[in-house]
Design a protein around this ligand. Sequence first.
Ligand SMILES: Nc1nc2c(ncn2[C@@H]2O[C@H](COP(=O)(O)OP(=O)(O)OP(=O)(O)O)[C@@H](O)[C@H]2O)c(=O)[nH]1
Length: 566
Amino acid sequence: MQACMASGWSFSAPVLVTLLVCLGVILLAHWVTRQRDFPGRDSFILLHLASLWWMVAAALEMTFLSADCKMFWASMAWPGIISTPTFWAVFLWQYVNSMRAPMARSSILGLSLVPLLVWGLALSNPGHGLFYGAGSAPVDASLGAPVRYEHGPLFYATAVYVYLFMAFCMGIVIRAAALSQGLHRGHYLAFVLVTAVPWVANIGYVAFGWTLFGFDPTPFSFAFTLVAFSWLIVGVRLFDLLPVARHLLLEALLDPVLVIDPRGRVIEANPAALKLAGLQSGWQGTELGQWPVFGADLQQLLQAHNGTEQDLPLTLTSAARYYEVRVRAIRRATRHGPTLLGHMLYIRDVTQRHLSELKLAEALALSEERLRTISSLHEQLREQALCDPLTGLYNRRYLDEFFERELARAQRENLPLALALIDLDHFKRLNDDCGHLVGDDVLKAVAQHLLDNLRSTDAVFRIGGEEFLLILPGVDPHEASERLQSICAQLAARDVATRGGDQRVTLSAGLAHWPEQGQALDELLQVADAALYQAKRDGRNRVCGLLADADLSHPSRQAALRGDSG
Ligand SMILES: Nc1nc2c(ncn2[C@@H]2O[C@H](COP(=O)(O)OP(=O)(O)OP(=O)(O)O)[C@@H](O)[C@H]2O)c(=O)[nH]1
């Protein structure tokens, strides 16, 4: 060094530029050392130290005037020249894969072996001449003229090594840019540019003899790299914004989040997850099943729903809480298709919602029960409104509705319909002789007697004190008369049990027929009433119908049966 100083030196503008870039690199490396969450931080610092070494050696090569000194400093630059692409590649690999773990010392040493070897070979070049050829000499005779190097086989072997790393660097960032989108893609493309410029300069120098101030332009191109990095860091907050934002988001989440690797070990957990498990440290790498509070349940749940990406319900009986677990597979696109890196488990506390749902279900069941009671009461009320309380038979109120329905059916199906008005004989006398309560018992017994003689389609109504009405759908006059005669005769033939002892009662009935004797209920009732009157007049205990045989072929019956009665 002293010999070089003695042989003369000059401090030129290119040297100043190079030193300024060195200062910038030092500041940048210093800034990076203070960053907490910076993927590939160590390799980034090593990369800048290597380029700093290279630039300082290049500045000294430019500063000293003698050709020997220049060649010495050119040889001194080699550890930096080789280390720069080496750590570039490592940095890009770590950055792209978000690796934050510090680099192992053995890895740094391993990666430094080739730069040290090349350094030794370059320094020992005067002994073997395999790195720089004997033809290496100043470009002209002027004092301090740059040296033009004749490159030997070792130089080219070294160049191949360096270019392999360069190609690897380019491959990493181009692939990352192709696989990412939006802002991320922009960042990776910026990396491509930053990576490309120094190496274009270097290839230009080695292959085409490009020079800047008469020297290798590569170290000067780091000025561009410095500016580009400063812009990426300050302008778009490349290194701190995204990871920090993601980290903050995870930290701030109130819901527990876990990341597990394909072997089921927990490799990331946010504070909410640690709080739920009651853990503080030493949990990284623990099997999910070993996690306190929810690990075993969660693992069982995941095994039961292997491969599904849906919300799985998780009930922690021990903690009396309810969760919903969302499982998302984390995959990376590779040349051979997606590779599973692990799973992210997002655990949502849904206890409140679950309890509300339970309460709601209870309330719903209760109101359904009440609704059922109300409808049954409603039904009972309706029954009561339509039924006679003494006999349980339908009353007059239901008669209109029933008759209308049966009339429509008779018209639709071309079937006859018979009505029978029934009145107990001398009922007043029975009441007077035996009492009103005995009269009630007789009414109930007669009602039951009528019910016992009905078919499923018939209906019987109590329409007055001791007056009943039978409606017999599909029954023609002949059959109606026969059935009523039978009812009448059977009643007359038996005793009716009452609280005042057995009683004998008879009934009289008047028949009316649709459509021969009327179309509407009132008309038919009038006809039946007249027939009943006739039966009473004829001596009671009998059935009377006013329909003459000729009426059966009456045009009104034919028209009604055809359905054009209205
Ligand atoms: N026990 C009892 N009697 C009733 C009830 N409703 C009406 N009656 C009685 O039924 C009797 C009806 O008598 P009437 O209309 O004169 O007829 P009847 O004595 O049967 O004579 P005929 O019809 O001509 O044979 C009256 O005495 C009423 O008080 C009731 O719910 N219970």
